[in-house]
Design a binder for this molecule. Structure first.
Ligand code: ZN
Length: 325
């Protein structure tokens, strides 16, 4: 079984049904999808599967800023070129559906164009910002007509709890998440955040949190960049990344272990209003700190209550000012 699929398999196909896991029908749905996406691109093709083709083409779309309609057209041309039994999908919509099935997706949350609020909870159905009165929808600049259904600004949130569940569902990762509890430096030298004063302070202040080494310690980092590499454009993109310090030093800062949680993009920087956008992440972090969530631990083969703490943030000074603002 290919590595990526083995991970899904570990997550979705435990022997016993446990709390916090997908129900039987969801399991069957995922099982079918796993089988389906691993089929070759066409009979006899050894280089590409249905999934690896989607990933390669979506990467090409993103790198070359291909529009959705151009992408659909490209899929149709390729579809005509390939043998009739091809598994190539016919549209962007159907490729997105595959990612959704694996819960690799994200939540799109509409935001006020002036960064006053997110249209969620009480504001879920509201069409105008209660603070500045701006429309939730895009306003056509030529005729000032409101384009209902097209959000003026969107925040993308990649929920962290399902990802923590996935990490603990993989035996190897579940074991690595305990690394810090047995590898504290004995010679006074600092090699990992476990050797830091902040780590000790948390242990002293909240001893019950320290009792279970599976509890997660996060660091948060964010900074803005211009995705178009054009200095004259003020367009900005702010990724918010979480670092899991439970992992060993060679893993905790590796690209694969960094958790992208929020993507804040728009025609201007969020500045001190960044807290508005952090709200969905903060809600999850508060829940993880105050109550914890039920998680299945594949290493010790039991369900436990996972808690998490945010130890610190890592920023340059301008971003630090925004986060504190
Ligand atoms: Zn507003």
């Amino acid at each position: 079984m290919p590595e990526a699929n083995r991970l899904y398999h570990d997550f979705y196909f435990q022997d016993d049904e446990v709390e916090g896991y997908p129900c039987e029908s969801k399991k069957a749905e995922i099982e079918n999808f796993v089988r389906e996406v691993e089929t070759p691109l066409f009979l006899g093709c050894t280089k590409y599967t249905k999934m690896s083709t989607i990933v390669a083409l979506l990467k090409y779309k993103a790198t070359n800023s291909l529009t959705d309609s151009a992408f659909d057209e490209m899929l149709q041309i390729f579809g005509d070129m390939l043998p009739e039994n091809t598994t190539l999908l016919g549209s962007l919509y159907s490729t997105k559906k595959i990612f959704k099935a694996f819960e690799l997706g994200y939540e799109k949350i509409h935001a006020c164009v002036n960064d006053c609020c997110l249209f969620r909870h009480d504001l879920e159905m509201v069409e105008e910002c209660p603070k500045c009165g701006s429309s939730r929808w895009k306003v056509n600049q030529r005729n000032s007509k409101i384009e209902k259904g097209v959000p003026a600004k969107v925040l993308r949130y990649f929920p962290i709890i399902p990802r923590l569940r996935r990490m603990y569902a993989i035996t190897e990762t579940a074991e690595q998440l305990r690394w810090h509890s047995t590898h504290k430096s004995q010679d006074g030298k600092m090699r990992h955040p476990v050797d830091s004063l902040a780590w000790d302070r948390i242990n002293k202040k909240w001893p019950s949190f320290e009792l279970d080494p599976r509890n997660i310690r996060f660091g948060l980092s964010t900074d803005g960049f211009n995705p178009f590499q054009d200095l004259s454009s003020r367009y900005s993109c702010w990724p918010v990344v979480l670092v899991t310090y439970n992992l060993p030093p060679w893993l905790c800062m590796s690209k694969e272990s960094l958790m992208l949680t929020l993507l804040i993009s728009g025609p201007k920087q969020p500045g001190n209003d960044i807290d508005i956008y952090l709200a969905p992440l903060i809600d999850d972090l508060k829940d993880l700190w105050n109550n914890g969530v039920k998680v299945y631990d594949a290493f010790s083969k039991e369900t436990f209550n996972l808690k998490a703490v945010l130890m610190w943030t890592v920023n340059d000074f301008p971003a630090y000012e925004n986060l504190s603002g």
